[in-house]
Design a protein around this ligand. Structure first.
Ligand SMILES: Cc1cc2nc3c(=O)[nH]c(=O)nc-3n(C[C@H](O)[C@H](O)[C@H](O)COP(=O)(O)O)c2cc1C
Length: 486
């Protein structure tokens, strides 16, 4: 373990970022109140913030955060655009939020900054501990705006996975000094002779206050290989504060296997020894690290510490806590199956438009049910997973393999690549209890992602009175037993 003095006290347990809105501010706040690190999900916070306001902001939390936003005129503009007093009617659709392009309208930049600010600000209330925010490197275009909003709320840790986050330390340094960021955006079809594609984030223009100095958060890179970690650590300009080493049993998106592409009889990716990260090598890098993916038990914590890690990052055990943002009915459905021993979690290589394996719980009434998936009409109205490409005339357009097939293929996408893809944007919004209503009267169905290690869930849920969702603190207490085991 890396030796640090008291003021640098590091958490032993990190509650992992879980998108969309599964790790919202309520969960992160509860975990941080225990002295460990609570992490909010930074995914699609523009849409989450707008939808909370359109639901009338029950409890008034978003309005409380907006009142603390340092640029009151911007907060007022967001309120004016999205707040519905008393909330929209349950069967009325949410109003659209514009989709990101590399030249996002100022109103969308503002909504993204404000959304991230609110989430972190709320997570930081009623305690003095640190709070983190998690982003997916793959969702590139909104990233600098989300980082800026989180830093305005004085976020302590930034955690980024699902891609190589080499540019992030430099981006954080620039934003902290209120300097403009030109954030490179990977674009299909771009030739080496073409001008690079990027999105510009100008804190000075957005915040109307070029002199503002923001605190630099600690950056934790989420990696699945020693090669990536060593490459980032080698160069001072890419070196993170530390690492989360995530194995393939974690929830959400997983790194694909490193060996040749192989699937089992259910179509799940097959991992082998090439995917096991060399922990001695990680320790030798000299930066703090935490282990994630199936380490969420007292024994997992003991094992991680014995391997030289500071501790563990845990997701699944917190996803079914009272404070998580997963719809209550889904939590109860999953917990019922866990207690009955009938839960089935699959790693699906087709579902996510990103092409990364995505772990999905097989659950009635959700997209994992083939009938529900087949009946779903593709509507790409959130577009978080669209990627830019260069059209024949040199312009930039955007496509997602889960958008309507005819549209995707018209844009040059291959039909084969669209097979089995699910609109995760809408399904994850539905799982977080923000389902969109469709003009034909239907409601977007949910998808539930999860890790596949349910030991902690079983232990904590069965010790509660009704086998239902439990307080997040109970998970922390359960895990901390691993600190004294020996
Ligand atoms: C519901 C759910 C959603 C997740 N979403 C994300 C995400 O958006 N970004 C991310 O980096 N990790 C995500 N994860 C991974 C967690 O942050 C964490 O690393 C992982 O769950 C740890 O493994 P465990 O589930 O076995 O404890 C998610 C996990 C779960 C269970």
């Amino acid at each position: 373990m890396v030796a640090l003095n008291d003021q640098d006290m590091l958490p032993t347990i990190i509650q992992g970022g879980m998108g969309v809105s599964v790790s919202g501010w309520q969960l992160a706040r509860s975990v941080s109140q225990t002295g460990e690190l609570g992490v909010v999900s930074g995914t699609a916070l523009d849409v989450v913030c707008a939808r909370r306001l359109m639901m009338g902001d029950p409890g008034g939390h978003v309005r409380q955060a907006l009142a603390a936003f340092p640029i009151p005129a911007m907060a007022r503009r967001v309120m004016k655009r999205y707040y519905i007093h008393g909330g929209k009617a349950a069967d009325e659709p949410f109003r659209a939020v514009p989709r990101f392009t590399v030249t996002p309208p100022v109103a969308l930049q503002e909504l993204t900054v404000v959304g991230a600010f609110c989430e972190v600000w709320l997570a930081k209330q009623e305690h003095s501990g640190p709070v983190g925010i998690n982003f997916l490197r793959k969702i590139e275009i909104p990233l600098p705006f989300g980082l800026l909003g989180a830093m305005l709320a004085d976020v302590d840790y930034i955690l980024i996975g699902a891609g190589n986050p080499a540019e992030i330390p430099a981006v954080l340094r620039a934003l902290a000094q209120c300097e403009d960021v030109e954030f490179g955006v990977r674009t299909q079809g771009l030739r080496s002779v073409d001008a690079p594609v990027s999105v510009r984030c100008s804190p000075a223009e957005l915040l109307d206050d070029a002199g503002r100095d923001l605190a630099l958060p600690r950056f934790l890179a989420i990696v699945a290989s020693l090669d990536l970690a060593a490459g980032l650590a080698r160069d001072p300009s890419t070196r993170p504060f530390g690492f989360i080493v995530e194995g393939p049993s974690a929830g959400g998106h997983n790194a694909p296997p490193r060996g040749p592409r192989r699937v089992d009889e259910l179509g799940q990716p097959v991992y082998d020894e090439r995917d096991t990260v060399d922990l001695d090598g990680m320790a030798a890098l000299g930066l703090p690290f935490w282990l994630a993916g199936g380490y969420g038990t007292p024994a997992g914590l003991t094992q991680a510490r014995a391997a030289g890690a500071q501790g563990i990052q845990v997701g699944t055990a917190f996803a079914y806590s009272q404070e998580s943002g997963l719809a209550d009915s889904l939590k109860r459905q999953v917990l019922g199956k866990v207690l009955a021993g009938t839960l089935d979690v699959r790693s699906d290589w087709r579902a996510s438009p990103t092409g990364f394996p995505f772990r999905v719980i097989q659950l009635e009434g959700t997209v994992s049910d083939p009938e529900i998936a087949a009946a779903r009409k593709a509507v790409c109205d959130l577009g978080a997973l669209r990627t830019p490409f260069i059209k024949a005339n040199g312009d930039i357009d955007y496509r997602c393999p889960a958008e309507p097939l005819a549209v995707y293929t018209r844009k040059g996408g291959r039909a084969q690549n669209a097979e089995g893809r699910q609109c995760l944007c809408n399904a994850l919004m539905a799982a977080a209890d923000f389902p969109q209503q469709r003009p034909d009267g239907s409601t977007e169905p949910a998808i539930v992602t999860s890790g596949d290690d349910f030991q902690a869930v079983l232990a904590v849920a069965s010790s509660g009175s009704d086998g239902g969702p439990y307080p997040a603190r109970a998970v922390v207490d359960y895990l901390r037993a691993g600190l004294t085991a020996g």
